[in-house]
Design a binder for this molecule. Structure first.
Ligand SMILES: [Zn+2]
Length: 78
């Protein structure tokens, strides 16, 4: 069971991964420095530091599914 408060929803568009809205600074359609072909590595147990380009928030992604990135920290809700 994935703890929902640690999840960031994302969208995959072609070979890019976007978040519809940054949970830290609320900017919309943020392109993450993460490629879809890295997702299987994360699912295989590899941690991945992702730095949001909008506000330089750092999150460590430890699991993912087709809709969410699971991070090690609680994500702000708004
Ligand atoms: Zn941001």
């Amino acid at each position: 069971m994935i703890p929902f408060e640690n999840c960031i929803p994302y969208d995959r568009v072609m070979n890019d991964i976007y978040v519809p809205q940054c949970p830290y600074c609320k900017q919309e359609n943020v392109l993450l420095p993460l490629r879809p072909d890295e997702l299987p590595d994360i699912q295989g147990g590899k941690k991945r530091l992702v730095i949001f380009p909008c506000c330089h928030a750092r999150v460590t992604v430890i699991e993912t599914d087709s809709d969410y990135l699971l991070t090690t920290k609680k994500v702000p809700r708004f």
